[in-house]
Design a protein around this ligand. Structure first.
Ligand code: OXD
Ligand code: MN
Length: 593
């Protein structure tokens, strides 16, 4: 525990409001974790899985109406509405506190309040930021223990100050119509009620490490981004680091853990994972950009994860992992999800708790899915077989390249390079992608998602773009910026590019560009590879297919430019002039092409 006055006042304030029967101070010890697991197992909040096959693993189901992030109920409560910007929902902070307090009042009666001290980033690292989450959910405690560094040492690091993010979570009644995920950037506060879904309640993750941290980074001169971090070791032993921003459920975890094809491994290439979802970036040694992963685990999408698609992710889930909303097999106390293997089990329970067997169909003859499309695993990062030895480096890793990418059936080519940092910021700002099941709402609709941060930027996105431009001015050594698209489809809607491990072929071109070891060709949108420079050895593809994947269709891009202009219009005079200029260049390039 602690005698930090600010921590004690914070806990007292919300204990007085929510009136829990008990308060339990989480210390991060194995013993306490075991005790809480036993309690959660005894109430049915979690099911302990087969201790031989999945040691230390747990199974959990959320409420059926509570399976994804709720962007329409997520608010940035900046004091001035202007600072929230046109891409976020805004609520006046005083109104928000009053509204949420009213809903949360008395809601922990008969329950226990847990106080979780946690660090994002290694405790004591110059990147690290601290938080304290109050919650009435053991599931949240157990997940936070995996996803963050939970420890009483955090209290020492506060040095008697209030320099911590105040995170309040209450399940209340899990009512959809009273669900609120509110961020108060100027107060270092997050208040989340009526949800039990990870993205809404593991407050160290999206709410802190992205929404609050992006605001802190803006004020303090660093960046919090929705990015994976990976290291590629070349045959000569040199390791280069790449950060990649992709929207939710677009393959960040797969890319972060990719296993290169034989043609690369036989030469000695290796890939190391530093992070799969969030990167904090600062100017470091020699004026280069350095990145850390502030998390300590993976909160990954289960469906589609298998030995072939992501061996390393699957291995990461074989012990001490929490599975949420997948299929539960009571026979051997294991779990299953669509895409795990080709042998769906029988006599199981689906993510809703209903009896389920593989091959089941509904009244219309359609297969009934056993796992929710956004079902998840929460796995300790230390389980990852390809975890980078630099993961714990408190100074982070130097970034050579930044990749932006979305799910686009047609417009974006397989890969292109920005001409310089400013153009790179434009390339990130014009990102668009098809929506996925990670957030509630329609799936497969193309929407603008600048830098994959649309749902996560804690302030005005016009200021955010300017911050990116300013960071570029500060760096002496700037990473090169690229855009990739693994998701182009043919006329029948099939993906053309094999993706997964074969994405290494694109990473190779990217790293060769960083080393100035390969040429590129100008196009209206940026620099493209020559088709023959993408290695297709061992692939069932021709150079012509690659040429097709790299094609920049003028008409499509003219329509895209119009759309970007409309999107940029939202930001009014907060849109940096540099981006208006880049759009002009794009339009004129397209006219000339
Ligand atoms: C995630 C998300 O869970 O982006 O990482 O939704
Ligand atoms: Mn994410």
């Amino acid at each position: 525990m602690t005698n930090n006055k600010y921590v004690l006042d914070f806990v007292k304030k919300y204990a007085d409001l929510m009136t829990p029967d008990n308060i339990v101070w989480i210390d991060g010890s194995k013993q306490q974790k075991k005790e809480l697991t036993d309690i959660a197992a005894s109430t049915g909040e979690v099911i302990k899985l087969n201790n031989k096959l999945l040691p230390g693993c747990l199974y959990h189901r959320t409420a059926v109406n509570d399976v994804a992030r709720v962007e329409q109920r997520t608010f940035i409560c900046s004091r001035d509405k202007e600072n929230c910007g046109p891409t976020n929902n805004w609520m006046d902070p005083q109104e928000a506190y009053a509204k949420l307090d009213k809903i949360a009042a008395g809601s922990m009666k008969g329950r226990t309040m847990y106080v979780i001290p946690f660090s994002m980033g290694k405790i004591g690292s110059p990147f690290a930021k601290y938080g304290i989450e109050l919650t009435d959910s053991i599931y949240v405690v157990l997940n936070m223990i995996i996803m963050t560094r939970v420890s009483e040492k955090v209290y020492d690091k506060l040095n008697g100050t209030d320099n911590f993010v105040k995170c309040i979570h209450g399940k209340v009644k899990l009512e959809e119509e009273n669900r609120y995920i509110c961020q108060f950037p100027e107060d270092n506060t997050i208040y989340s009620i009526n949800s039990g879904y990870g993205g809404n309640v593991l407050l160290g993750k999206k709410c802190f490490a992205l929404r609050i941290a992006s605001y802190q980074g803006w004020k303090e001169g660093w960046m919090a981004e929705h990015m994976l971090i990976l290291g590629v070791q070349k045959p000569n032993g040199e390791v280069k680091y790449i950060c990649g921003a992709f929207p939710s459920a677009c393959g960040k975890t797969n890319l972060a853990m990719l296993i290169p094809p034989e043609t690369y491994t036989s030469k000695g290439y290796k890939v190391f994972t530093v992070g799969d979802d969030i990167a904090w970036l600062r100017k470091g040694k020699g004026g280069a950009l350095y990145a850390i992963n502030p998390e300590n685990g993976f909160f990954g999408v289960a469906p589609g994860t298998n030995e072939k698609s992501n061996f390393n992710a699957l291995q990461s889930t074989r012990s001490n992992t929490i599975f949420t909303n997948v299929v539960y097999n009571p026979k051997n106390k294991t779990v299953w999800w669509e895409g795990l293997d080709k042998n769906p089990p029988s006599n199981c329970f689906d993510w809703k708790g209903n009896p389920w067997s593989g091959g089941m169909t509904d009244a219309e003859g359609k297969p009934v899915k056993g796992a929710h499309p956004n079902s998840r695993f929460t796995a300790p990062i230390k389980n990852c077989p390809c975890l980078s030895p630099e993961f714990e480096n408190p100074k982070g890793v130097p970034v050579s390249a930044i990749i932006f990418g979305g799910r686009r059936a047609k417009a974006a080519p397989l890969v292109y390079e920005a001409r310089d940092w400013k153009h790179g910021v434009f390339v990130g700002a014009i990102m668009a992608s098809e929506t996925t099941a990670a957030a509630s709402g329609a799936v497969g609709v193309v929407r603008h998602d600048p830098m994959a941060m649309l749902p996560f930027c804690g302030y005005h996105m016009g200021d955010y773009f300017q911050h990116w431009l300013d960071m570029g001015k500060k760096l002496k050594v700037k990473p090169k910026i690229f855009n990739v698209n693994w998701f182009r489809t043919d006329d029948k809607g099939n993906f053309i590019w094999p993706g997964f491990g074969d994405n290494m072929r694109v990473l190779e071109w990217i790293l060769d560009r960083c080393d100035e070891a390969v040429d590129a060709v100008e196009s209206p949108i940026g620099l493209l590879p020559r088709p023959e420079d993408i290695n297709i050895e061992g692939l069932d593809l021709t150079v012509d297919t690659i040429a097709g994947l790299l094609n920049v269709d003028k008409a499509t891009w003219k329509a895209e430019a119009k759309d970007i202009e409309e999107f940029f219009g939202k930001f009014g005079d907060k849109l940096p002039k540099e981006l208006t200029k880049e759009l002009k260049t794009l339009k004129s390039n397209l006219r000339k092409a």
